[in-house]
Each structure stands twice: as structure tokens, then as C-alpha cells.
Design a protein around this ligand. Sequence first.
Ligand code: CDP
Length: 203
Amino acid sequence: MAFTIAIDGPAAAGKGTIGRALAAHFGFAHLDTGLLYRATGRKMLQGLDPVAAARSLRAEDLLADDLRSSEVGQAASRVAAIPEVRQALLDFQRAFARRTGGAVLDGRDIGTVICPEAEVKFFVTASDAERARRRHLELSEKDPRLTLKEVVEDLRQRDARDSARATAPLRPAKDALLLDTSEMTIEEAVATAVAEVEGRRGA
Ligand code: CDP
């Protein structure tokens, strides 16, 4: 049986962490849809046409070790505003969402466009300062020279671009549960999400 958990929200709000934990808890498959846009953006940086790149993405493209960098993130948000790129990635995401055995997808448009019929939808947020702090902590392990100011600017630009685009802009689905993780530990955020899903599964 299909059961879909959709997780959307701005950059670095904790969607991936919560998504992975929910998938592990319920034994569902997990797809970080940001990786599809990051892999496409990375190919654009290498000189490929973004639409052609999105149409020819392969599983191994999602394993490149620089996908999480700010530079690739910026490229991702630029290609993500191109309707043909989104269209090229649509069928894969929809099929993943409705696979047998349950699925968790995190991104920007999962509850609104990819899977409006998802059984549970979360819109995960956190304050700008907290999101920047977390992402800086994560990225500075690989890039010790990266400043907090650069991370703040990266998140601000991507959120603005992702919210303003005409196709599948970042916004909560009407029936999404808002989860503000600013003051929560990872454990608290995951426990809140698990309890919500359990409630809906029993319903
Ligand atoms: O991890 P973080 O929240 O920083 O970003 P991500 O989820 O890896 O997404 C990178 C970029 O891909 C975003 O800034 C969006 O522009 C785009 N994206 C999108 O448009 N739609 C999605 N479903 C997922 C990501």
C-alpha cells in the first residue's frame, strides 16, 4: 500500500534530518529531492544544458561528493526555476512517492505539486539565524574558511528565488502541519513528527 509523507520548507530547516529519521522509524524509502536539482545544477556548472542534464540524470549523479556545497546549491536553485527542468524530474518523484511500502520525500513542492494526495504533509521551518548556524556547522567541516555571513547570504538568496519563481514556488500546502524547529532538538523534532504520522496512520 502507498503511504506518502511530504516534507517541504526553506533551505536548511531540518527537512532531510527529519525525513531520514521518519523513513528509518517507519521502514519507508526516503528521497531527498533537493539532490535531483543539485545534480542538475552541478552539470550546468560543468557546461551542460540544464534541461538536457535533468532529462539524462542517473543514480550515480546523486553521489557526487560536492553536491552539498553552496555553489552547487545556488546552481540548483537557478535550474529549479526552469519549468522544463521540473517537468523532467516529475514522473520519477511521483512514482517514488506512491511506491508500495511507504515513502518520505523532502523538498519544496512535494505537498503542493509532486504528491498533493500525500497522507501526511509537514512544512518544516526554523529562524533564519538558526538555519544559518546549523548549515554553517555542517559545511564548515569540509570548508573551514566558509563564514557564517556567506551561509546567511546563500540561504537568503535561495529562499527568495525559490519563493518567487512562477513554477512550483516554495509555500506550505493548505493541509500541511507547520513544524518550527528553531527551539527543538533533533530528537524533539523527530518525536513530534513521528507522533503526528502515527496519529494519521491510525486514523
Ligand atoms: O538542503 P537545502 O534545504 O539547503 O536544499 P535542497 O533541499 O538540497 O535543495 C536545493 C535547491 O533545489 C533549493 O534551493 C531549490 O531551489 C531546489 N529544490 C526545488 O526547487 N524543489 C525541490 N523539491 C527540492 C529542491
